[in-house]
Ligand binder design. Structure first.
Ligand code: GLA
Length: 633
């Protein structure tokens, strides 16, 4: 077959998996459609080989780190997955498609059949240590190291076809091998095979790899076939579910925020990378953090935003940079990120293990409510993140991104706590207790993250704002029609008000996804000049699913957000309860006062909030569900 014909076949194979478009995506489903298969009720914790070893991984390096995880007590604190990344595969055996392990690097995989090493003894050892085991593959024919590695040394060997160790054309076979035969519990599926092996790529031109028509481009959504990419990852997910009847798996996507995955991974996998690879530098930490921090509504128990593995132990996060290492850990916990250690644990000093082992901070990441922190105050140097915990307490992070020390005013209202009642704070680094009423002034050193658990009196006495519980809100349809990556932006420093209020928020033409306490493009929520400190901002023609655990009333003030540029289109707001329409607003246009909806939702398990409009461009019509709240237990 010529390369051209093969590329055409690949295109055909992909298009077969393009899902049928539903007739009306805004029609209520009466269901929570977020991903809930697997073991992702809380973010996975453990270790991954890539940051420490790249493709030069071997059995002793992995087992050494696994031993330290157990001996140091980190395993007992939840770090249980020991994940092999790229670099373990030797080749694919052409006679039967079986994947062959690099037995020289993993001697424990040798079996009585010298031609067929197996990871079963390896996963057995990890399981016997009370740990779980993870493996790596790629959605295309080849892996990322095969696309990007500077040397061939640790790459698969053999003919072009033998070096095709990715899932393409082998989904069922490889997934069964990993989970049923080899006993893995976790898989990370990378995406370089879907983007880096076009006919004009260097490796293909050099005859080192077969062409596969790229369906994904990290820089250009216009060169990305989102439906095909999504369909492929769904196929892998279905195969994983079939090969794990007990549901004991984690399915992790690694396509770096490409293909609009940040909008759909919540329906498809347990974990999804929101950015390109982290590196052990402060600047890169900021980029990766930024890729996830505004996406609280796109994560929930079962599916988490992944700003990449921890780099604690290296570079800007080594033992000489404890402040930065602590910030890294605190921020990842606030984001509900997977906590996957990326260090060679055989050599990691105790002082860094102490950071990784801070049980109070692990508890934030692992909090069963699964609410990713939302941004209460935003500026280029300082951010205040607030996370609502299962018991009603708040975790508060004051993050100094910059290089100057700041005096920071933390206000009770930023925590959605009452200003006339005391707020108790526990510093999660020092365990020091303090308390304040209305506001407190704190000092944050350059690159420091102050981290507290706070207990106060809620502004809403008998309920919650939806924006306080992003883990229970799923933007099933977010209205985005032109998905683009978040732009990297330079934001203003702290303004006239210090850190009081919501901050001088960046104004930019961005992504437009659903946001907690903010309009889709970052402005303060506002309807006809009335601002809302709480609420959900989303584009028109959207449908939000909301889990209701026992509340009796849903109240909100709806309208077209003042940030809309379409001043003519009318929007109708509808509230459904378990599929039944419970309330509907009149058609509302830009500049018209908000309409209050007050709905009896007693007994309702899933609410759906729909904003419908005809004949508009969604991106020019942001709407607000102001003060949206569930009350009355
Ligand atoms: C990509 C991923 C990394 C790592 C490498 C392996 O770059 O983003 O996390 O898995 O591939 O080659």
């Amino acid at each position: 077959m010529t390369v051209l014909k093969m590329a055409a076949c690949a295109a055909l194979a992909l298009s077969q998996w393009t899902p049928a478009q539903s007739a009306d995506p805004l029609a209520p489903t009466a269901r929570w459609t977020g991903y809930s298969a697997g073991r992702g009720a809380t973010p996975p914790m453990g270790w991954n080989s890539w940051n420490a070893f790249a493709s030069a991984v071997d059995e002793e390096k992995v087992m050494g780190s696994a031993r330290r995880i157990v001996e140091s007590g980190l395993a007992g604190k939840g770090y249980q997955y020991i994940n092999l990344d790229d670099g373990w595969a030797s080749r694919r055996r052409l006679s039967d498609g079986h994947l062959i392990i690099r037995a020289d690097k993993f001697p424990g995989t040798r079996t009585s059949d010298p031609d067929t090493p197996s990871f079963k003894p390896f996963t057995d050892r990890l399981h016997a240590m009370g740990l779980k085991a993870g493996i790596y593959s790629d959605m295309g024919r080849n892996t990322c190291a095969q696309a990007w590695s500077a040397t061939d040394e640790d790459l698969p060997k053999g003919s072009v076809a033998e070096r095709e160790v990715g899932l393409h054309d082998h989904i069922e076979q490889d997934i069964n091998l990993y989970f049923r035969d080899w006993g893995f519990d976790y898989i990370k599926v990378d995406g370089c095979g879907l983007r880096d092996f076009g006919a004009t790529s260097a490796k293909v031109k050099a005859g080192e790899a077969r062409a596969l028509r790229p369906v994904m481009d990290l820089g250009a959504i216009s060169r990305t076939d989102v439906a095909s990419v999504q369909a492929l990852f769904r196929r892998v997910g279905a195969a994983i579910e079939r090969s794990n009847p007990d549901g004991d798996f984690i399915y992790s996507l690694c396509i770096w925020g490409a293909a609009n995955v940040r909008a759909w991974a919540k329906n498809v996998s347990n974990v999804s990378r929101t950015s390109d690879d982290i590196s052990p530098t402060w600047g890169r930490l900021l980029v990766n953090f930024d890729s996830a921090v505004h996406r609280a509504l796109y994560a929930h128990p079962g599916s988490w935003n992944d700003p990449d593995m921890l780099y604690i132990g290296t570079g800007d996060f080594d033992a000489a940079h404890l402040l930065e290492a602590r910030s890294h850990f605190a921020l990842w916990a606030m984001l509900n990120a997977p906590l996957l250690i990326g260090a060679d644990l055989r050599k990691t000093p105790d002082v860094l293990l102490d950071i990784l082992g801070n049980a109070d901070i692990i508890a934030l990441d692992q909090d069963p409510a699964g609410n990713q922190a939302t941004v209460a105050y935003d500026s280029s140097d300082l951010q205040i993140l607030v996370k609502t915990l299962a018991d009603g307490d708040k975790a508060v992070a004051i993050f100094n991104r910059g290089s100057a020390a700041y005096e920071v005013t933390l206000q009770a209202m930023q925590l959605k706590y009452r200003a006339d009642a005391p707020v108790a704070l526990t510093d999660l680094w020092t365990r020091k207790q303090s308390s304040f009423t209305k506001q407190i002034t704190l000092r944050a050193a350059p690159r420091e993250t102050l981290l507290f658990r706070a207990h106060g009196s809620r502004i809403l006495r008998d309920g919650v704002y939806l924006s306080e519980q992003p883990g229970k809100v799923n933007p099933a349809v977010d209205g985005v029609t032109r998905p683009i990556a978040d732009p990297t932006i330079f934001r203003t420093a702290a303004g006239w008000n210090g850190t009081r209020g919501a901050g001088d928020r960046p104004q930019y033409a961005g992504w437009g996804g659903a946001r907690a306490d903010s309009a889709p493009y970052g402005q303060t929520l506002q309807i006809a000049r009335q601002t809302y400190a709480s609420g959900i901002g989303v584009l028109a023609n959207s449908r939000l699913e909301v889990r209701n655990e026992g509340f009796r009333r849903f109240t909100t003030q709806v309208g077209v957000d003042d940030s809309a540029t379409d001043k003519n289109a009318a929007v109708t707001f509808l509230v459904y309860g378990d599929g039944r329409r419970l309330a509907q607003s009149p058609p509302l246009k830009w500049g018209q006062d908000a309409k209050t909806l007050d709905v009896d939702v007693a007994g309702v398990r899933v609410l759906e909030l729909v904003a419908r409009s005809r004949g508009t461009d969604n991106e020019s019509l942001p709407v607000a569900w102001g003060e949206a709240a569930l009350t009355g237990h």
